[in-house]
Each structure stands twice: as structure tokens, then as C-alpha cells.
Design a protein around this ligand. Structure first.
Ligand code: PNS
Length: 162
């Protein structure tokens, strides 16, 4: 059984994330989407909302995945759940340095969990959670950026905040 972890903040999940999860599901027997619990960051969406939106978006896309929350080191979490790989998406060159650093350090910490990268599909290359938050907050159209089933929830939460 080949298990992978797709980790992230998912604040909120975007069409780009969903594309990576879908492609991971085509290669691995089990995909665990792991939401970072990070008290140092203050996300726009609560942990429960982020988990709920991932479950909703994956169900709508017909993807059978597990969704979990993790804290502490990602490699420790991956080891604990029996994952052989960490899956990340790579967009533009700007992602590369950060992802290279993370993959190298994770490999140093735990060499039996491999980091696997998917090059983001061209139509999602410009999407990020932070841009979704900004556009949503400013009343822009996010319909091309996030899965249809969570659009309303995303907009409601973003526009209700001061
Ligand atoms: O969606 P993000 O915010 O780019 O995801 C970043 C994430 C969650 C993958 C990264 O912050 C992470 O793995 N955090 C857990 C702490 C950890 O293991 N740090 C060492 C990485 S070298």
C-alpha cells in the first residue's frame, strides 16, 4: 500500500491544490491531505473550515482521500501514518527555492520519505491561496480559482472579516 501525504496550509484549498491531489491519487493507493496546525500563523479560515472545505471539494471532484490535521515536523507525521512520499506542487520559479530547501531538509531529517513534485498544470500556475483571499476580500470573482462547492463559504468568510 503506497501512501502519500499532501501537506499544506490550505487557507483555503484552491483549484491548483485540487489538481495536485487528483494527480497524487492517480499514482498512490492512499492520499492523506494534511492540514498544518500552526499557532504562529493566523489563518483566515479556521482549522475546521479548512478541513471541511477540502472534504467538500474532494467529494465534489470524486476523489477519495483522507483529510487530517498535523502539527510538528512533517516528516514525523509522514512516518507516523506510514507514508512513503510527500507530494507538493511546483508553480513558477518562485516556488523552487523554498520547495528545494524544504525537500532537502526533510530528506536530511528522514531519508526514507521521498518528496515528489508535480509541475502545476498551466491553467492553475497563477493561483495561490493568498491571491484568492485578496481577490475575495476585495469583492472580485473567484470562480476560476476555487472549487465551485466552496466558493460561497470562501466569500462569506472573507467578506465577513473586518
Ligand atoms: O501550503 P504551505 O503553507 O506552503 O505548506 C507548508 C508546509 C505545511 C508543507 C510546511 O510549512 C511544513 O511542512 N510545516 C511543518 C513543519 C516542518 O516540518 N518544518 C520543516 C520543513 S523543512
Amino acid at each position: 500500500m503506497r501512501i502519500c501525504v499532501c501537506p499544506g496550509s490550505f487557507d483555503p484549498i484552491t483549484n491548483g491544490h485540487l489538481d495536485i491531489i487528483r494527480r497524487a491519487a492517480s499514482l498512490f493507493d492512499k492520499v492523506i491531505v494534511a492540514v498544518l496546525r500552526n499557532s504562529a500563523k493566523s489563518p483566515s479560515f479556521t482549522e475546521a473550515q479548512r478541513v471541511d472545505m477540502i472534504l467538500t471539494a474532494c467529494a465534489e471532484a470524486g476523489l477519495t482521500v483522507e483529510v487530517d490535521v498535523f502539527e510538528g515536523l512533517l516528516v514525523e507525521y509522514a512516518r507516523k501514518v506510514g507514508a512513503c512520499a510527500i507530494v507538493r506542487g511546483l508553480r513558477a520559479v518562485s516556488d523552487f527555492e523554498y520547495e528545494m530547501q524544504m525537500a532537502s531538509l526533510n530528506n536530511l531529517l528522514c531519508s526514507d520519505v521521498q518528496t515528489v513534485f508535480f509541475m502545476t498544470s498551466a491553467q492553475y500556475a497563477y493561483i495561490s491561496s493568498s491571491m484568492v483571499r485578496e481577490i475575495g476580500r476585495l469583492g472580485g470573482d473567484i470562480s476560476a480559482l476555487v472549487p465551485p462547492s466552496i466558493q460561497e463559504q470562501v466569500l462569506c468568510t472573507l467578506t465577513s472579516k473586518p
